[in-house]
Design a binder for this molecule. Structure first.
Ligand code: R5P
Length: 314
């Protein structure tokens, strides 16, 4: 693969992202390169490229949510590509795991109580030291890594759905962001949806995956609310945001969330929530057991194919 006009490009997929990588290759009218994966009997990963990649630009597609084997496999693929004398190695990471711990300290926290890792930065360092020349990801949780990695946004794949599903409601729409960290994305959506208002949830994170919602800065009464976020994990943030919007008089609630980790009872919580429809992407493979009438899957394959085309041209 990956570019009809450039034979020096080859694309490979890690095992976790095999389905999405195939779709990206299909978008580009190409086939993925061959790679063999095996395991030692204790579980250690073994892999080998089955093609000559000397002097080629190599694209490796792999998301790495836990378990850490997904990350390790990507690191080993990067190392092996570099050792096989690939010219340029690009890590294409649809979902960048361990990206949520991105702050040196919590606001107002005394120095004596610090002691958390900045895992987002550590992951970037690991990927570069393993052999990545460039890193591309989608809707990365933190904007603190923007200088080191290229981040592409999912608006272009979700917006056509907004217009289709929200239809008439577009006239009285408000974009709701469950925390200030996503305000940039919320404003980008608002700009493209008739400059509708952006409202922000006053959220406090009590511990990982647990949130306390204080209220909403802005007006949602009699409006259709579109919640935008990067990650849905336990669903606590999303459902708390939807419940608050409902309590404050929202008419209808939709949500666009890029990375659907769906741990624990997330889907059940969403099914019971006032959300009419949740749009997610396939940066994390969506298991059929989690299917629900409320959840609609939108593929990021065209977005990744476009990004790869652009990198290939440079
Ligand atoms: C947090 O800052 C993120 O943007 C998401 O809102 C969060 O990771 C979602 O997690 P959960 O679904 O467990 O509330």
């Amino acid at each position: 693969m990956l570019n009809k006009h450039n034979n020096s490009l080859t694309g490979f997929s890690g095992q976790f992202s095999a389905k999405l990588a195939k779709e990206v290759a299909r978008e580009l009218g190409q086939k993925l390169g061959k790679i063999e994966f095996r395991k030692f009997s204790d579980g250690e990963i073994w892999l080998k490229y089955k093609e000559d990649i000397r002097g080629k630009d190599v694209f490796i597609i792999q998301s790495f949510p836990p378990p850490a084997e997904n990350l390790l496999e990507l690191l080993l693929m990067l190392d092996a590509a570099k050792r096989a004398l690939a010219k340029k190695v690009v890590a294409i990471i649809p979902y960048f795991g361990y990206g949520r711990q991105d702050k040196k300290e919590q606001p107002g926290e005394p120095a004596s109580q610090r002691g958390e890792p900045i895992s987002a930065e550590l992951m970037v360092k690991l990927l570069f030291s393993a052999g990545a020349d460039r890193i591309l990801t989608i809707d990365f949780h933190s904007d603190k890594m923007n200088a080191a990695i290229r981040n592409v946004f999912t608006e272009s794949i979700f917006l056509p759905n907004a217009k289709k599903y929200l239809g008439e409601s577009l006239r009285d729409l408000a974009i709701l962001t469950p925390d200030l960290g996503r305000i940039g994305a919320a404003k980008r959506y608002a700009r493209q949806l008739r400059n509708c208002p952006v409202v922000v949830i006053n959220k406090e994170r009590t511990k990982p995956n647990q949130v306390r919602v204080g209220g909403i800065s802005g007006e949602v009464k009699d409006k259709t609310v579109l919640i935008v976020d990067d990650i849905v994990d336990t669903g606590n943030t999303l459902v708390a945001a939807a419940n608050t919007a409902k309590k404050m008089g929202a008419k209808k609630i939709f949500a666009f969330v890029t990375h659907a980790l769906f741990s624990g009872e997330a889907v059940e919580k969403i099914n019971e929530s006032p959300i009419s429809r949740l749009f997610i992407s396939d940066t994390i493979p969506f298991s059929s057991e989690k299917r629900s009438n409320k959840i609609k899957l939108v593929s990021v394959a065209p977005l990744l194919a476009q990004a790869i085309r652009e990198i290939g041209k440079n």
